[in-house]
Ligand binder design. Structure first.
Ligand code: F6P
Length: 467
């Protein structure tokens, strides 16, 4: 049956595992987008989520015709997938939108880039075709993220009757970066995005960057923010995704999390805790965070043996050399800090490399200070989750590069992500903040963090598309 509401994203709400005896079992998929969207979409009866089959087990499920209700996996050729996901989405578009290029060497747009771009086009065409096939007349479609920037334009050509939205979970590149793309590629990218009726971003800044890039460097003022293109108007609006307080608190108080909290308490004793939780991701600025912690221990030696840094940095995108190297550098720097300052009874940094949400929730509950210092980040939900479940009244040290900065800056200690000394001082201020002030700030942060929970975030976009 054709669907009235469709979502398309690289990752799906579930993935399959293939047991040795050949049985397939479905388990929940990972990542911030998946957790936010899964809850929100559950309230849209008959909705369909179209995603890529990511693993051999997923492709095997498609081959056998195994499917869960409300999910369609696309079995994309592994070479095409690699070119699109690793080659373009994560090596070009991710770097562009996060301003991560080391300019003397990157970016390089050569024949190999063009080959990968061909895969990216095919990948987007596959999604557009599946959406066109599954959507009911006049249905609402919400396409997710930079992996699928061309799909809105492609889908509009196939099905002009649909109401098409696109939401970007990353920042959007400033014009100075966007203009690095070869002209024809930049035009294709913008044409794809402007195929949507509505474009959503986490912050006003990313929305303004999009308008500015699409209009070559200037944001036109006007009551309705957007871009006019080929006789159509594409609305460009911030929808700052927040967290669902009830759901998160319920998750954070499951027996499994209680057990992990007890184990953490036993490990850290009465030491103060500075907590961070990230994918090991270049944009998260984990290395400068560790350098700031080292500077704190150097400049304020009174914290030695009184504080511990719980850093959860779980591996991500390990097919890419630069990510593997970054992960290694994080491990090395943490080990160097432990070697420099550690004593028989005290290990200054405890790094966890597992993607263990229960342990992260336990660390959130325990945290005295949360360090969220990305150089540039679409939103950063960790900054919003910690104040909601914190028990000790947690001080948030937040960089100006996080999308969450737009909403949380009043009650966080804000830092320039490149300024290690300022970050070290902010950590010191956070550790010494009086309990009453910490509690007040945490309460206000929790209110701001829950302003637009996932269900409302999704329905506001769907409602806007239907009008
Ligand atoms: O922030 C963009 C994003 O694609 C999220 O939607 C997702 O949670 C995260 O990056 C993880 O990326 P990947 O799917 O490559 O692991």
């Amino acid at each position: 049956m054709a669907s009235q509401v469709l979502v398309a994203a690289n990752r799906g709400p579930l993935s399959y595992a293939l047991a040795a005896d050949g049985t397939l079992s479905a388990r929940r998929g990972g990542g911030g987008l998946v957790s936010g969207l899964s809850t929100a979409l559950a309230e849209q009866p008959g909705a369909l989520w179209i995603c890529a089959a990511l693993s051999d087990a997923d492709r095997e499920a498609v081959r056998r015709g195994v499917a869960e209700p409300g999910v369609r996996m696309l079995p994309i050729d592994p070479e095409v997938y690699d070119g699109a996901y690793n080659g373009i989405a994560n090596s070009v578009l991710w770097f562009l939108h996060h301003h991560l290029y080391e300019i003397p060497r990157e970016p390089v747009f050569d024949a190999e880039f063009r080959r990968r771009w061909g895969s990216y086009v095919t990948y987007n065409e596959t999604f557009a075709a599946a959406l066109a096939e599954e959507a009911a007349e006049g249905a609402v479609v919400l396409i997710q993220d930079y992996h699928l920037a061309l799909a809105p334009g492609m889908l509009r050509e196939l099905r002009p009757d649909l109401r098409i939205g696109h939401f970007t979970h990353t920042p959007w590149a400033s014009w100075d970066f966007l203009r690095m793309l070869p002209d024809d590629i930049r035009s294709q990218l913008l044409w794809g995005m402007l195929g949507a009726d509505r474009l959503g971003f986490h912050t006003q800044e990313w929305a303004d960057n999009f308008i500015s890039g699409a209009t070559q460097g200037s944001v036109p003022a006007g009551p309705e923010r957007g871009v006019r293109h080929q006789d159509r108007f594409t609305h460009v609006t911030p929808y700052p995704l927040g967290v669902d307080a009830d759901e998160l608190r319920a998750l954070a108080h499951r027996p499994e999390v209680d057990d992990k909290l007890a184990a953490l308490r036993a490990e850290v004793g009465d030491l103060k805790t500075i907590v961070r939780v990230d994918r090991t991701e270049l944009s998260k600025n984990i290395l400068r965070g560790l350098l700031a912690y080292r500077e704190l221990l150097t400049v304020h030696p009174e914290w030695r043996e009184r504080v511990v840094h719980l850093a959860s940095a779980y591996p991500s995108r390990q097919d890419l050399t630069v990510y593997r190297e970054y992960t290694e550098s994080v491990r090395e720097l943490a080990a160097a800090i432990n070697a420099e300052f550690g004593t028989g009874d005290w290990q200054p940094v405890l790094v966890s490399v597992e993607d263990d949400f229960a342990r992260s929730l336990a660390a959130y509950r325990l945290a005295d200070v949360a360090l969220v210092n990305p150089v540039r980040d679409g939103m950063n939900l960790v900054a919003k989750e910690i104040p909601v479940v914190s028990e000790a009244g947690c001080v948030l040290v937040l960089s100006t590069g996080a999308g969450a900065y737009e909403e949380l800056r009043a009650d966080a200690l804000t830092v320039n992500p490149y300024d290690v000394t300022a970050t070290a001082e902010a950590l010191h201020t956070a550790l010494t903040m009086p309990a009453a002030e910490r509690a007040d700030r945490t309460k206000r942060l929790a209110v701001a963090a829950t302003a637009l929970p996932p269900t409302q975030w999704l329905t506001s976009q769907l409602d806007a598309l239907r009008t």
